[in-house]
Each structure stands twice: as C-alpha cells, then as structure tokens.
Ligand binder design. Structure first.
Ligand code: GDG
Length: 461
C-alpha cells in the first residue's frame, strides 16, 4: 500500500490515550504505511503575515506529524469566519445563522493555498492523500494547480444539504466545483450523496458515468457514502477499566432510586439541546409519574466560544434548565443536572452504562458518534434505550433505536416515555441488532473501505 498522508484542520495525536476512535483508526493506518498527518498546529501568531506560517515537523514513531501555525488574520477569516461562520451553519441547514463576508472567503482560500504549498514540499509521487472535512474543501484543487498528480480523497464529516440550501452560499459553484479535483469524495449518508448528485446535475450539468461516478468540468469524481463508525472493541475495553467502573458505581449509587437519562454533546446549535430540554419538560408535564424519578444528565462540552451563535445557545440552555429545575425540582430531586464542561473520556462508558435512556436528538448531524458509543457501552443483559433523531446521519443505520423528530416536542416526549417503559426483552432485541451493526460498520471498516476505494479510483484529467 502507498504511504498515507492525512490532512485535517487539527491533528489528533494518535499517541495520546484520550484520542478518539478517528485518531486511533487513522493512526493505525498511518503507522502501517509510515504516513504523514498534516494540519494546523493550534497556534495563532498575533502579528504574522497573511498566507504565511511556520511548519513544525516531528516524528511519532513511524508517523510524521506536520503542524502549521496560522497568523491571527488568516485564522479569524478561515476558521471562525468562513468554516464556522458560513459552511458549518449552511451545511447544517441554518441559513439564518450564516454570515457571508467576502473577506472571510478570501482568508479561506488563502489558508487552503498555504496548506497546499506547505504540503507539496512533503509529498512523494506515490502518496495517497486523504483530506478531511469542510475546512479544506478546495485543498485538492489548490494542490492540482501546483501540479500534484497524486490520488486524493475527501471525506465530509458533516451533512451536505440540498441544492436549494447550498445555492445560498455566494461562492457555491466555486466550492462544489472544487470537489471535482478529488478522485473520491465520501459522505456520511446516502441522503448526503443524493444531495450531491442533485446539485451537480442541476447546477453543473454533471453526468453520471458508471456506478457513483460523476463527470463535469472535464473531470470525473467518484462519490459514495461511507458512514463513519467507532472503535467498538476499544470503547468496550475502556468500559472495563477502573475509571469507567468507578463512574458507573458512583452514578448508580447516587441515583439509586432514579431512572437516568443522558445527553453528551458539544455545546452546538446543531445538537438540538433546547429542543431536547423542552421535550423533557413535556415528559414531566404529560407523564407526572416521572416527577421525582427521571433525571436528565446533560453534558455540554464547551465548543467554539468565540462564535456569537454559540454564546447565544449557551444562554438559552442555561435559562431553560434553570426554569425547569425551578418549576419542578425540590429538595429531594432536581430534574436536570446540566454540566457545561468536558467529561474525561475514560469515564464516558461508565456514565452511558449507568443510564436507562440516551437522548441523541440533533436537529442535523453528519453521523453522531455518541449514539454508537452509548450502544457499545451497554450491559447486553440489561441494555438502555437509544432515542435518536431522524436527522442524525446515524439514523440511516440505526433503525432499531426509537427514531424521533426533535422539532416535535410532544412526539419526542412520547418516545422518551416509551423508552423508559420498554420491557427487557424488547430492549435486548433492539440493542443486539444495533450492536451487531455498529460492530460490522466500525471505524476500521470505514477507514479500510474508503482507502481501498480511493486506491482503486483514478480521475481522468
Ligand atoms: C463531527 C460531526 C460526526 C462529547 N462531549 C464530550 C466528549 N464528546 C465526544 C463524544 C464523541 C465526540 O465527542 C462527538 O462526536 P459527534 O459525532 O457526536 O459530533 P461532532 O463533534 O460534531 O463531530 C458528526 C463526527 O464529526 C465524525 O465524523 O459523527 O456528525 O458533526 O466521541 O464522546 N468526549 C469527552 N468529554 C465530553 O464531555 N471525553
């Protein structure tokens, strides 16, 4: 196999024990091929020159880590302005939250050109390049413009919205055209792939040539769905370790007379947290038997706090949780335990296992790995129930969950009640089916199938 070069906005250090499944899976392949992981170092140079940045190259065993500094102006326009101020909201169907400013687009292009320039210097002719996510959509086009003839694949971790939504981005043609510089483009779901197909046929008069091949702008790109998974075995091993067992024991002990529900999310407007909290209030209103017994543990890990929309969602959430606790709570029982902090990864499986129900109810999500982690962490003899939004990519694969429309407060509350009352046999059946599926389509399957398809693909110049 060729040497693998992974490019992502941030590097996840595969040596760190806290690294998630993605870093582990990519780390393994990188180690096997003596590969390179290239990305932003996380450092912002206050008085640096736009379009310039120092590259730090270090060795972690057989893996080369190449980390690029960005100057403040570039970082602001590329990361905060364009990637998180335009692409993230629009791709999550939130045109109302997008701020289009031409300066931000300029910064986005400049940083992608900088990535391309620095990366070119490290490449060997046979390298297989795998670029990740919305921060770097035009990177292959920039590399091609500099003469790069390598095989290049792209994976979009977030959803691709329908054509009518995409077309609201002032530079949408340029952005989507850039996807044709790749040999392979991977999406999370069949729905995303369908949106791509509609868009390129309508806006770029692309033709389908062969199975999942699209031809436009004198290039052919292969596009397919590769739903990302988790490292099930690794997560289950983590669940057997001391920290997770202790978390399980103390949580169970503290809430011995309660039914626990759990939510674990980055504090992001796409995750539907206020809608979830309102559905929980509806549960307490409609089904009063849950008062004094059901407790929702909501972990909302801090995220992108420099973007205004994130500060707004935080305030909304705090006020909602406060009002429900004020209306329903008493000295013996508080309906919601809300934590605005990151819980150590080692404790997560214990927390998931101590809970009877998980609420994974994003308004829109590329996949959602929490849904899969919750299933992996359950006791097979007495598993908890997953309540999952139909708008999470995971819903395409996880039909045995209780699928809900998170905008439907009443319907979601009913599904939560159903989950809390589900008989053991039904819980076991649903859980076994879900576990088998996430085992089959785990993160190693994802990595392998994407790279094999990329190796076999070749775009025509
Ligand atoms: C993007 C896409 C897609 C969360 N809070 C804590 C914590 N987490 C961990 C979870 C899980 C990960 O973060 C979140 O993954 P998600 O998939 O839910 O969401 P995004 O961060 O939005 O990721 C998403 C994913 O990329 C992969 O392609 O599924 O759709 O949006 O692993 O456990 N981890 C710890 N403490 C926390 O408080 N340790």
């Amino acid at each position: 196999m060729s040497r693998l070069v992974v490019v992502s906005n941030r590097l996840a250090d595969p040596r760190k024990p806290a690294a998630g499944g993605l870093a582990v899976a990519l780390g393994e392949t990188l180690k096997r091929t003596g590969g390179v992981w290239f990305g932003w170092s996380g450092k912002v140079v206050e008085d640096g020159t736009p379009g310039e940045g120092a590259l730090h190259v270090s060795q972690a065993g057989s893996v080369t880590l190449a980390e690029l500094d960005l100057c403040a102006e570039d970082h602001d326009a590329y990361y905060r302005g364009y990637a998180n101020g335009v692409l993230w909201p629009v791709f999550h169907y939130r045109l109302d939250l997008a701020h289009f400013e031409s300066g931000h687009l300029g910064g986005y292009r400049r940083v992608n050109q900088l990535f391309a320039r620095k990366l070119m210097a490290l490449l060997k002719p046979d390298d297989l390049i795998w670029i990740h996510d919305y921060h770097l959509i035009p990177l292959a086009a920039e590399l091609r413009a500099m003469g790069c003839g390598n095989r290049i694949g792209f994976f979009l971790h977030i959803p691709l919205p329908p054509q009518q939504i995409l077309a609201a981005i002032p530079s949408h043609e340029w952005l989507m055209r850039a996807l044709f510089a790749y040999d392979l483009v991977g999406f999370q779901t069949e729905a995303d792939l369908l949106h791509f197909s509609h868009y390129v046929k309508a806006e770029a008069t692309a033709e389908t040539v062969g199975v999942s091949q699209f031809r436009a702008f004198n290039s052919t790109v292969q596009a397919k769905a590769f739903p990302i998974g988790i490292d099930v075995e690794d997560f289950q091993r983590l669940g057997c370790a001391r920290e997770a067992r202790e978390t399980f024991e103390t949580t169970r002990k503290e809430y011995s007379r309660r039914r626990l529900l759990i939510g674990v999310d980055r504090l992001d407007y796409s995750k539907g947290l206020p809608h979830r909290i309102r559905a929980f209030r509806e549960l307490l209103q409609q089904y009063p038997e849950n008062r004094h017994s059901a407790t929702l543990l909501q972990v909302a890990s801090p995220s992108r706090e420099d973007v205004d929309a994130y500060a707004d969602i935080q305030r909304e959430l705090e006020s909602l949780c406060g009002s429900i606790n004020g209306d329903y709570g008493d000295f013996e029982w508080m309906p919601i335990r809300y934590m605005h902090r990151t819980v150590a990864r080692k404790r997560l499986p214990g927390l998931y296992r101590a809970c009877a129900v998980a609420l994974v109810t994003p308004l829109r999500d590329g996949m959602n790995l929490v849904a899969k982690e919750f299933v992996a962490a359950q006791d097979e003899e007495d598993p908890g129930v997953l309540v999952l939004s139909r708008f999470a990519g995971a819903a395409e694969q996880m039909k045995e969950a209780l699928l809900v429309n998170p905008y439907d407060t009443h319907g979601t509350a009913q599904a939560i009640q159903h989950a809390l009352q589900m008989p053991l046999e039904e819980r076991k059946e649903r859980h076994a089916a879900l576990l088998a599926r996430i085992r089959e389509f785990d993160v190693h399957w994802w990595c392998r199938s994407f790279l094999q398809t990329l190796e076999q693909s070749r775009s025509e110049a």
